[in-house]
Write a protein that binds this ligand. Sequence first.
Ligand SMILES: [Zn+2]
Ligand SMILES: [Zn+2]
Length: 147
Amino acid sequence: MSHSHNIKVPSLDGLLSTCSEAGLRKTKALVSGLKVLASAKHPLTLHQIAKSPIFDVECDPATIYRLVTKLEEHRIVRRIGFHSRAAHYCLREGNHQDYLICRDCGSIEVLDIACPVEHLEEQIASDCGYSDLEHELEFYGRCGTCK
Ligand SMILES: [Zn+2]
Ligand SMILES: [Zn+2]
């Protein structure tokens, strides 16, 4: 499951123009953070973002936290609260919200399946008069490495 047709790699230029429309200053940290998230195969914690070799600026954890929080406020980044784990972040654009998580090592994969609840989402939206619905499905198990 290394390739996923559900994941389009968002373009950095597109993301940067979305950020500038949102009034975010184009700092080195912003550009690096977006590069990390755009190339990530699965959601990342703040720690993983900071430790990524693609994140090539010196930045203290508080700065990264503020940066990612700001991206989240502007709906460029989605925060995922896998239960009892650190918050994970991914770009909204091009990411599907269904995950497979290893109970033992905590590794996360984005599921490469046709979303089983997409039609349900549409039905709920029309039945309840909601718009802009989203969901996350999490499946927990033991990965091939931990087995
Ligand atoms: Zn595992
Ligand atoms: Zn789904």
